[in-house]
Design a protein around this ligand. Structure first.
Ligand SMILES: [Zn+2]
Ligand SMILES: [Zn+2]
Length: 150
């Protein structure tokens, strides 16, 4: 897998460095994590400064290898699944994020009903809701327990 990342970095003319590989590996294993989590994951493997990791995230995002998503009111998250115009579903309660595929093979969301003359190359859709964990918790809290065991 590491060699995939090396090829990706070379494809966008970025030098292959251990911090860059470590950030890509962290995002592959932990999609949709925020900056602090990326820092923790990378620093568990490698001794690099916080600033170096910020710089790596910016360089990888600018190069299009990493996608930065920022749901309204939430901290920015990063992922290395790029270029497929997928969307996200976000839990209002705990902030959990999951990928939602657009459609296989093409991206119908890119066809705006009225593009106002813009050349559209990306559509960002965020679905807000409640994740299964939080929904379960809410149900079990609101439903009075008949056994009185809680
Ligand atoms: Zn949740
Ligand atoms: Zn995603």
């Amino acid at each position: 897998m590491t060699s995939d990342f090396e090829a990706q970095l070379r494809a966008v003319s970025l030098r292959v460095t251990r911090p860059r590989l470590a950030v890509l590996a962290a995002l592959r294993d932990h999609p949709h994590v925020d900056t602090d989590t990326v820092i923790d994951l990378v620093r568990a493997e490698l001794s690099v400064s916080h600033q170096a990791i910020y710089d790596v995230l910016r360089a990888l995002t600018d190069a299009g290898l990493v996608r930065r998503i920022q749901p309204a009111g939430a901290t920015a998250r990063y992922e290395c699944r790029v270029g497929d115009n997928h969307h996200h579903v976000v839990c209002r309660t705990c902030g959990a994020i999951a990928d939602v595929d657009c459609a296989v093979g093409y991206s119908p969301c890119l066809t705006a009903s009225d593009d106002h003359g813009f050349v559209v190359d990306e559509a960002e859709v965020v679905y807000w809701g409640t994740c299964p964990d939080c929904a379960t918790e809410r149900t079990s809290q609101s439903a009075p327990s008949s056994e009185g065991s809680r």
